[in-house]
Design a binder for this molecule. Structure first.
Ligand SMILES: [Zn+2]
Length: 107
């Protein structure tokens, strides 16, 4: 539950602080990137609180994250890319807190 709350709270703060004149529209776009968690449906069990999403689920893989980074470069996909990068960052913090980050991510 806390996880979902943080995934909504951070996009809301970014929308309010960074895009005050378009905050509702920006928030909807950023919050919609939570759909990336649908890739959990491919895993079994679907939800495992002790599992680190980063590098495990296909849309949380390193190649996918690189793609989200590229989305930041193009104006039309920038907001979606930003939402996805925020999502991956928050999931990474989750993994650090759980002390369960795949070693490949640590240089
Ligand atoms: Zn996620």
């Amino acid at each position: 539950m806390l996880h979902i709350a943080i995934h909504l709270l951070v996009p809301a703060l970014v929308a309010i602080w960074v895009f005050p004149e378009n905050k509702y529209r920006v928030f909807l776009i950023l919050a919609s990137t939570m759909l990336v968690d649908l890739d959990h449906l491919l895993a079994s069990p679907i939800y495992d609180p002790s599992r680190c999403s980063i590098g495990f689920h296909p849309l949380h893989g390193y190649i996918a994250i690189g793609g989200y980074g590229l989305m930041l470069l193009h104006k039309k996909s920038r907001l979606v890319g930003l939402g996805l990068m925020i999502h991956m960052l928050l999931d990474t913090f989750d993994c650090i807190v759980m002390d369960n980050l795949p070693l490949a991510l640590i240089p």
